[in-house]
Design a protein. Structure first.
Length: 157
């Protein structure tokens, strides 16, 4: 019984750490391409946004910030719930898992809204602006691949 409890505790701990990682900027596809805010921020000056695009930019930034803040708040809520349950003689791990699922679902919707705002902005770009974004993403992917290769070489040594 003790072994099962510790296995469940480790599983929930890993789930919580995965949840935290997913709540951070750059998670999911962003880990491959980089956070859109980060990648685009680097080339924003080159994009020469018009007034409408600048308003969409500001909206996308605000939605991304809200998604990030919600993820962090959700992680804090999940951490507090886990600590409260672990303080009990018989923690209700199912309740913590249900809370984690609920928080993840809410945060997923916010991340999709932010992503859609960035994609809507990208949809307004002309061919030159899209080329700038393409080149920035390609450079980011190349940088990440070079990092992965160095890691593989380091681990092989």
């Amino acid at each position: 019984m003790k072994r099962l409890f510790y296995a469940a505790l480790v599983a929930i701990g890993l789930s919580a750490s995965a949840f935290y990682a997913l709540a951070q900027p750059g998670a999911h596809a962003g880990a491959l391409f980089g956070n859109p805010m980060t990648v685009l921020q680097q080339v924003k000056a080159q994009l020469n946004l018009n007034t409408g695009q600048q308003q969409q930019w500001d909206n996308a930034v605000a939605q991304s910030q809200a998604a990030r803040d919600s993820g962090r708040a959700g992680f804090g809520q999940l951490k507090a719930a886990m600590q409260a349950e672990l303080a009990k003689p018989a923690p209700d791990l199912a309740a913590v898992a249900a809370l984690a699922d609920n928080i993840q679902q809410q945060n997923s919707a916010l991340r999709r809204q932010a992503r859609d705002a960035w994609l809507a902005l990208y949809g307004t770009f002309d061919a030159n602006q899209k080329a700038i974004v393409r080149d920035a993403i390609s450079a980011r992917i190349a940088k990440m691949e070079a990092l992965r290769q160095r890691m593989r070489e380091h681990l092989a040594d």
